[in-house]
Design a protein around this ligand. Structure first.
Ligand SMILES: [Zn+2]
Length: 74
């Protein structure tokens, strides 16, 4: 509807869980593979074991960013 459309928090949560299990999620709206990019990892001083994942849907252009903790599985 609008260019600032976002995923719902439930959709974001599902995608985060997929990423944390080591897989690339599908866009819940378009069912296409998300483009995954890692942000940080050094130059921005985000912090030792923290990394941000940026997921971008190539079709609907929605995106979501969240922190992923590497190496710690719940
Ligand atoms: Zn999409």
């Amino acid at each position: 509807m609008s260019e600032t459309a976002r995923y719902t928090s439930a959709e974001e949560k599902a995608m985060r869980e997929t990423v944390q299990s080591g897989e690339i999620p599908l866009c819940p709206r378009c069912a296409v593979l998300m483009t995954q990019r890692a942000i940080g990892g050094g130059s921005f001083g985000l912090g030792y074991h923290r990394q941000r994942e940026w997921l971008l849907c190539p079709q609907c252009r929605r995106s979501v960013i969240f922190d992923v903790k590497r190496g710690t599985r719940l």
